[in-house]
Design a binder for this molecule. Structure first.
Ligand code: CTP
Ligand code: MG
Length: 259
């Protein structure tokens, strides 16, 4: 893993850019997208001419914070990622952006991204590029709750369908009480030291974690929820494409990815 490059100049001398400790965002975009089966890695699939990673960079750098964004991409896509950042970032953006190479598993990509954040960063959000339309309001909700509580925070949606437990033959055994169940999304937020310490011990487990909250849970950390949103839907299979496209119609998503 290596830092490919960094863009935009540092703040002017005398500026105090991060009085509360800095915000860092890791945008993970290094997956292969096997379930989607496109001819490019999933984060580089385009919706109406813009790639998923482009939408993600747009919403993060539209947040009214000074911050550091690390985009984690397949090695072959680093130059393309830097180019698109140059196209999106306004000249006097408060965001510093860098690009690093990902790992084989998602949690490795996250760790490489967190390692690339400057030391001043004390609050970290991890976001899937595969959720291109998560709103700025959702990012703000997660950031505020991490800073208020010092806990890990995940966006969660109630489960609306009736849930059944089935066996390998597809036979129903029982209905599962859905009341205590939620579906979780990204961005997920963490005090940096909580996430970094949890990732340092994650390798001890055989099953790869499917989200970052799981990494913190395994390390015994507290994870709390804030309300998620439908538009943070993840592109996983081709059936998700029309769902995401529906968020682009009726001006649901603006040019910077904002609502
Ligand atoms: N991701 C990553 N590095 C990996 C695996 C996943 O950065 N080694 C990122 C993906 O790019 C995506 C997010 O993690 O934005 C969520 O993962 P997922 O939906 O599983 O994406 P893919 O791994 O690309 O898809 P698939 O599992 O179908 O191959
Ligand atoms: Mg995957």
């Amino acid at each position: 893993m290596s830092i490919a490059a960094s863009t935009r100049e540092p703040p002017p001398p005398g500026a105090t850019p991060h009085p509360l400790g800095a915000l860092g965002v890791v945008l993970v975009a290094a997956g292969r997208g096997e379930r989607l089966g496109a001819d490019v890695p999933k984060a580089f699939v385009e919706l109406r001419g813009r790639s998923l990673v482009e939408f993600g960079v747009g919403v993060v750098t539209s947040l009214p914070h000074a911050g550091h964004l690390v985009i984690v991409v397949p090695e072959s896509r680093a130059a393309q990622a830097l180019e698109l950042v140059d196209g999106i970032l306004p000249e006097h953006s408060q965001w510093e952006v860098s690009v690093v190479h990902g790992g084989r598993e998602r949690h490795e990509s996250v760790r490489f991204g967190v390692d690339a954040l400057p030391e001043a960063v004390d609050t970290v959000l991890v976001h899937d590029a595969a959720r291109p339309f998560a709103s700025a309001a959702l990012f703000e909700r997660v950031i505020a709750e991490v800073r208020r509580t010092g806990d890990a925070v995940v966006p969660a949606l109630p489960v609306v369908d009736t849930l059944k437990r089935i066996d390998a033959n597809g036979m129903v055994h029982e209905t599962v009480d859905r009341a205590p169940l939620v579906a979780v999304q990204t961005p997920q937020g963490f005090p940096r030291e909580v996430l970094a310490a949890a990732h340092a011990t994650a390798a001890l487990h055989s099953e790869p974690p499917t989200d970052d909250a799981e990494v913190v849970q395994r390390a015994g950390g507290r994870v709390r929820t804030v309300p998620g949103e439908l538009r943070a839907h993840k592109l996983t299979t081709p059936e998700d494409l029309p769902i995401l496209d529906s968020f682009l119609t009726a001006n649901a998503v603006g040019p910077g990815g904002e609502a």
